[in-house]
Design a protein around this ligand. Structure first.
Ligand SMILES: Cc1cc2nc3c(=O)[nH]c(=O)nc-3n(C[C@H](O)[C@H](O)[C@H](O)COP(=O)(O)O)c2cc1C
Length: 216
């Protein structure tokens, strides 16, 4: 797998209907949410089309260590989340390549998550700027009426940031803030990340066992 090309870093899914999901990772805090989400999708047999912004790459290394650098991600996911991730495939695109497959609606990518989503990228999506591949792929989801989940992380929030979330919601995106809950009794950071990743993959239409359902 290369940082700016595409390549399958993990074994291919076995037969059946192929599900393909784009994941954008930007420079907001919460790299653990990103890797947990990618691992959950891979374990569900998904073809993951991954785009990591420049600051997203920095956040992966700063928050998770050098072993989580984009080039090393397949091994990182395998070591952290186990053999199950081999069920899917991982393709990495450069955020500068606005001509990549996922930049076109003709490419059948069923949905997209931006996790975590910086306020900068949130603004770009809200205003349809398409300056980067992440913004363009998100714009494609909106114009094609396909599911787009944005996971903003910032606190506190300015009025422009709040308005950008509203604009994304009005355009058809699901705004799913990085707000882990505590009613499941989390003990570790992984528990919190599991909760957020579970919410995200649910929103993308996948069942999961990342946290037990609330039964009242
Ligand atoms: C360590 C670190 C943490 C950051 N955390 C956040 C954050 O939580 N939310 C946010 O909106 N921006 C955050 N930023 C700022 C963004 O990374 C910055 O605005 C960047 O330009 C976003 O670009 P991108 O959307 O292309 O990744 C952080 C930056 C650094 C270096």
């Amino acid at each position: 797998m290369s940082a700016n090309g595409s390549g399958a870093g993990l074994a291919g899914a076995s037969g059946g209907v192929v599900r393909r999901v784009a994941v954008g990772v930007t420079g907001a805090s919460g790299a653990l949410y990103a890797v947990r989400t990618v691992a959950a999708l891979l374990s569900a047999g998904v073809e993951v089309e991954l785009v990591v912004s420049e600051f997203g790459r920095r956040l992966l290394r700063d928050e998770l260590g050098e072993t989580a650098a984009v080039d090393a991600l397949p091994d990182y996911l395998l070591n952290r989340y186990g053999e199950g991730v081999r069920a899917g495939t991982l393709t990495v695109h450069s955020n500068r390549d606005v001509g990549a497959s996922i930049a076109s609606g003709s490419y059948m990518c069923e949905s997209m998550a931006i996790v975590p989503c910086s306020m900068k990228t949130l603004a770009g999506v809200a205003h349809g700027l398409s300056r980067t591949l992440i913004e363009r792929a998100a714009d494609v989801m909106l114009k094609e009426r396909r599911p787009l989940v944005v996971v903003p992380r910032e606190t506190p929030m300015s009025l422009p940031q709040l308005r950008n979330m509203v604009a994304c919601a009005e355009a058809g995106a699901m705004v799913l803030p990085a707000m882990p809950a505590f009613y499941q009794g989390p003990r570790t950071l992984d528990d919190l990340a599991d909760f957020m990743a579970g919410k995200i993959v649910s929103a993308l239409g996948f069942s999961h066992q990342l946290y037990p359902p609330w039964t009242g």
